[in-house]
Design a protein around this ligand. Structure first.
Ligand code: AP5
Length: 216
């Protein structure tokens, strides 16, 4: 049976870290709108050029661009048996558009996992994040350091810090989340889909809570 999941929560809470594992365990694609947008920026596409200014400031990319991008992705064959949406929807407009898309194709969201942690934890996680530009592996300078400082364990590429993980942009991303995304929590709670995950613990502790949240 198809499994359609949404991972919701503030920047840096660890959605992407957990999403990679869940998607692999359930053999469903991990669809991160942030990752897709960064790939568009790197490739210098029209969408990437339009998205870049919003991403650099920590704001949201306009709904019409993101909704069209996700609709194209969901039409691909690998989404037939479900998917994990990470970082989408992020506004009520995006949630409504997703509902319309699901109604058109006859599917439904099974569960929305809401990852939560206080701001000081989020800021620590974002400031210490390092990413491999080649294979996409994620690290943290304290919590999940690579074996050799600054070098990817998997492919030996030089790790980078995301442009939007600078202090001013982090602060803006947290404000934007509170202003535009937090209302989705009530929306999905009212729909009976929301499961809250305390995300202050270690990666393994959170992974165990996620497994429990996805039990039938
Ligand atoms: P996006 O890439 O989606 O960023 P985000 O939502 O801000 O989330 P992050 O990727 O920063 O955090 P995460 O929760 O995945 O944490 P992670 O697992 O990496 O979006 C970027 C931008 O794109 C947006 O600002 C916007 O401009 C645009 N955008 C994207 N989607 C959009 C949409 N739908 N609409 C409009 N615009 C959109 O973990 C963070 C760090 O913590 C890592 O270093 C990790 O190793 C570490 N870590 C993880 N778990 C733990 C733990 N338990 N303990 C200690 N460290 C941990």
């Amino acid at each position: 049976m198809a499994l359609r999941l949404i991972f919701l929560g503030p920047p840096g809470v660890g959605k992407g870290t957990q999403a990679k594992k869940v998607a692999a365990d359930h053999s469903i694609p991990h669809i991160s709108t942030g990752d897709i947008l960064r790939a568009e920026v790197a490739a210098g596409t029209d969408l990437g050029r339009q998205a870049k200014q919003h991403m650099d400031s920590g704001g949201l990319v306009p709904d019409d661009l993101v909704v069209a991008m996700v609709a194209r992705r969901l039409e691909q064959d690998d989404c037939r048996d479900g998917y994990l949406l990470d970082g989408f929807p992020r506004t009520m407009g995006q949630a409504t558009a997703l509902e319309a898309e699901l109604a058109r194709t006859g599917g439904a969201i099974d569960r929305v996992l809401y990852f939560r942690a206080p701001d000081d934890v989020l800021i620590r996680r974002l400031s210490g994040r390092r990413t491999c530009p080649d294979c996409g592996a994620g690290y943290h300078v304290e919590a999940m350091p690579p074996k050799v400082e600054g070098i990817c364990d998997r492919c030996s590429a030089k790790l980078i810090q995301r442009d939007d993980d600078q202090p001013d942009t982090i602060r803006n991303r947290l404000d934007v989340y509170k202003a535009q995304t937090q209302e989705l929590i009530d929306y999905y709670r009212a729909a009976g889909l929301l499961v809250e995950i305390d995300s202050t613990g270690s990666v393994d502790e959170i992974a165990r809570a996620v497994v429990r949240a996805l039990e039938p």
